[in-house]
Design a protein. Structure first.
Ligand code: ATP
Ligand code: MG
Lengths: 272, 252
């Protein structure tokens, strides 16, 4: 849970920095569904046998590598030209999310039933049953990414000022953005592999962290967002389990609250 | 020295900067004038490596701007764009302090802080230093951006319409500051200005652009003539000597 919290928080804050806005997150742009699609396609192409016989860590590493490549491509394509309208991007995100989702279900239909059961096991791990081997591997991966991000944080502050200002201040904008995108892709992969898509959590914690700390500095915002996200996930689940005796509803609630917040942001944001 | 050799930039079919070659000597203030759309901003952003040129080379002190590492260049050349927009909220002091980033990489030293305070003081931003940029008027914001660029303390300073939104007094102050940087610290200032009289009173040389080409360049005296100005602006402008400066009259 902590691993997921770190991954979702950091990936969302980074994504907002490199795209220069406070509304888009990897979740909203359909990156997590892209990962599900990659998982599904790998089963489709190689069959469930591969899935069960290969080391899950190796499999996961492979999926993540594909994810990194596709995320970079998707980012290039969507954000390569500047001056894109925010609403167009949000719409693109919705379309991609749905598209990746539909493609996944299509592929899932086409897979033979036995394979599908295996796939479903790995897709819908949910918040409760996580493979311990994979968890340890993910934890190490996320920790490495977090260290990488921390080392980038001063330059990320400058990148948040926009491309031209960053270049003027001597920051190699393209290189920092690419590094951030790799971190984002890996973290989204980890979070999605562990608990599936939680679309709006990242948006919620990234913006709350900025509001509460009153700054955009990554040195402050990243830990704050991480903390919030862990609190929401661990605390939320504890409350649900202890008080209401429910198990699976957490992501539903997060998405409901986060979704409402997302709409509020969209309405408030002046159109540039 | 800034050397621009055969620089061309096209958007679609039209060359917005068309085979421009220009040498800007170190030390001194050079103004770039020309009508809207003449290509001034585009040329400036090519020189400051923000926009890649389609052909031609730009060197600053012999360093090719497209291949020199960005951080090395940032300690030598600073640029202010015509429009500045930030998607993050930050205070005036934070913005100005970012000007020190090329030197201190995010960890401000005593000297950095002193320079930041000096710039904030000079541009009369003391009372506004802890306000967010989105809570300022247009001219106040412009002063904050210029303060950041000057805080970078580079040998070369490129400014695209630094007088944007400024009232008369702050315009004059800004110009005096640029003049002093050139005279006392041998800095090279290149700026785009629309008010030819500011260009006339405060610069050593003027470069005129039209349709992507440099159509005239020379000392202020050579350039401030009705004939040249007519050529640049397609407008009849009387030029008078007032208090030792050449002043163009074009309001009526
Ligand atoms: N990104 C772009 N795509 C297409 N055309 C562009 C682009 N940027 C600038 N132009 C065109 O290039 C020409 C030169 O623009 P530039 O901004 O350099 O003019 P300028 O001399 O700075 O004008 P102004 O005085 O209005 O600031 C203009 O005709 C403009 O329409
Ligand atoms: Mg311009």
């Amino acid at each position: 849970m902590v691993v997921v919290g770190v991954a979702v928080a950091c990936s969302s804050v980074l994504f907002q920095t490199v795209t220069g806005n406070r509304i888009l997150t990897p979740g909203i742009m359909g990156f997590d569904r892209l990962f599900v699609l990659i998982q599904t396609l790998i089963v489709y192409v190689f069959g469930a046998l591969t899935l069960t016989t290969t080391d899950p860590r190796l499999l996961f590493a492979g999926q993540t590598a594909v994810m990194v490549i596709f995320s970079l491509a998707l980012y290039r394509w969507l954000f390569g030209r500047d001056g894109r309208d925010l609403y167009v991007l949000v719409l693109a995100g919705v379309v991609f999310g749905t598209l990746f989702g539909s493609l996944s279900s299509l592929a899932q239909r086409l897979i033979n039933p036995n394979d599908f059961v295996v796939l479903q096991d790995s897709l819908f791990a949910g918040f409760n049953q996580v493979d311990p081997g994979l968890l340890a591997f993910s934890a190490v991966l996320v920790a490495a990414m977090a260290v990488w991000t921390a080392r980038l944080s001063a330059r990320l502050d400058v990148v948040a000022l926009g491309r031209d200002t960053a270049l003027n201040l001597g920051v190699n904008h393209a290189s920092v953005v690419n590094q951030a995108l790799v971190v984002i892709a890996v973290m989204v992969s980890v979070a999605t592999a562990l608990v599936g898509p939680v679309t709006f959590l990242g948006l919620l914690v990234a913006n709350l962290a900025r509001q509460l700390t009153g700054t955009f500095r990554h040195r402050t915002v990243l830990p704050a967002a991480t903390l919030l996200s862990v609190i929401v996930l661990v605390g939320g689940q504890a409350v649900l389990e202890q008080v209401f005796g429910m198990n699976t509803a957490l992501s539903v609630i997060i998405n409901f609250v986060g979704g409402a917040y997302f709409i509020a942001l969209l309405i408030r944001e002046p159109r540039r | 020295m800034i050397e621009i050799k055969g620089v061309t930039k096209r958007y679609g079919e039209t060359a917005v900067v068309d085979d421009v070659s220009l040498t800007i000597a170190p030390g001194g203030v050079t103004s770039v004038i020309g009508a809207n759309g003449a290509g001034k901003s585009t040329l400036l952003s090519i020189v400051s490596r923000l926009t890649p040129a389609d052909s031609g080379t730009v060197t600053v002190d012999g360093l090719d701007v497209t291949t020199t590492p960005s951080e090395k260049l940032a300690r030598r050349l600073a640029v202010l764009r015509q429009e500045n927009h930030m998607s993050v909220r930050l205070t005036v002091r934070e913005l100005v302090a970012f000007g020190r980033f090329p030197h201190s990489g995010g960890r401000l030293t005593e000297r950095d802080l002193a320079l930041v305070d000096e710039a904030i003081g000079y541009f009369e931003l003391d009372d506004l230093a802890d306000r967010h940029l989105d809570q300022l008027s247009g001219g106040q914001r412009q002063r904050a951006y210029v303060a950041m660029v000057l805080c970078q303390d580079t040998d070369y300073v490129l400014l695209d319409e630094p007088l944007n939104n400024l009232d008369r007094r702050h315009s004059v102050q800004m110009m005096r500051r640029l003049r002093r940087m050139a005279d006392d610290y041998a800095k090279t200032v290149v700026m785009v200005v629309h008010d030819i009289n500011f260009a006339s009173c405060h610069s050593d040389a003027i470069v005129a652009m039209k349709h992507g080409k440099v159509i005239a360049q020379g000392t202020t005296e050579e350039m401030m003539t009705p004939k040249v100005l007519k050529e640049v602006y397609d407008l009849d402008i009387d030029v008078h000597d007032i208090n030792g400066s050449r002043i163009g009259v074009y309001y009526a």
